[in-house]
Design a protein. Sequence first.
Length: 329
Amino acid sequence: FCRVDPYGFERPEDFDYASYEAFFSRYLVVLTRRAIKWSKLLKGNNSIQKSLKVKRYIRKGIPNEHRALVWMIVSGAQTNMEQNPGYYHRLLEGEKNAKLLEAIKTDMNRTFPDNVKFRKTADPCLQHALYNVLVAYGHHNKAVGYCQGMNFIAGYLILITKNEEESFWLLDALIGRILPDYYSPAMLGLKTDQEVLGELVKMKVPAVAELMERHGVMWTLVVSRWFICLFIDILPVETVLRIWDCLFYEGSKIIFRVALTLIKQNQAFILEATNFPDICDKFKQITKGTFVTECHSFMQKIFTDPGSLSMATINKLRETCREKLLSQG
């Protein structure tokens, strides 16, 4: 068995190879079929128009060989990159903010210590690319600068695109457009969305919402890393990538679909909790096991389990939650 997965992550000591092999042999068949369909769709001309067919294809997963390209196109990153030739390199050559560089350097060795491609001994060592992307982004978006969590996201982008400039523009698409205000110093968007999730759970899984309230567990305690790291280091790599496929195309409501599905599927298990630490522990447990490893069936579930979830509903909840947070300010 391979101790290192295809993305360079070392598998944990207790990794269940048997059930993973069983899942992967089935999933490989799906991937092969999808790859043929995608090759036909792309026909060598790197453009895709948004359509129901494309949305359906994306929900069923983008094959790894097309992933970087499709993310670039559907997120708008490709257009931005083409309209700003040389911009990324100019950012790296320009004057630097010493405090920003220091903050990024501090986090370098903390980024994916379990990934062989990010080790100092690796060749090429992806830490260099990661450092460049974060430095460029911090100078491009001075309002955000650098904030913990961005290193993991940029790291994943580099693993998939194998390209610094593309990773930079994808990071810009995520932070600048797809995720509303998650990484600004006040993190208002992030705090808002955690509250929005709480409201959605009240509507869709009321028993869990009631449990949380009864024991005084704030949502931010159990889900903040889901939002900040977009499920990196929370869910298995393949599953995270499938979630990101949809995130780049359909936007931030995908995060709520995933969170609601995890909670709804494990409702009975969560409700066994009888105290505060117990609840926190249950939320750690629900992100492990076959349900989340089987990314193909998991992704089907996120579009059926939570029921309808319109952007209008989310925006309305965002408004009320944001106002509440600001008034508490």
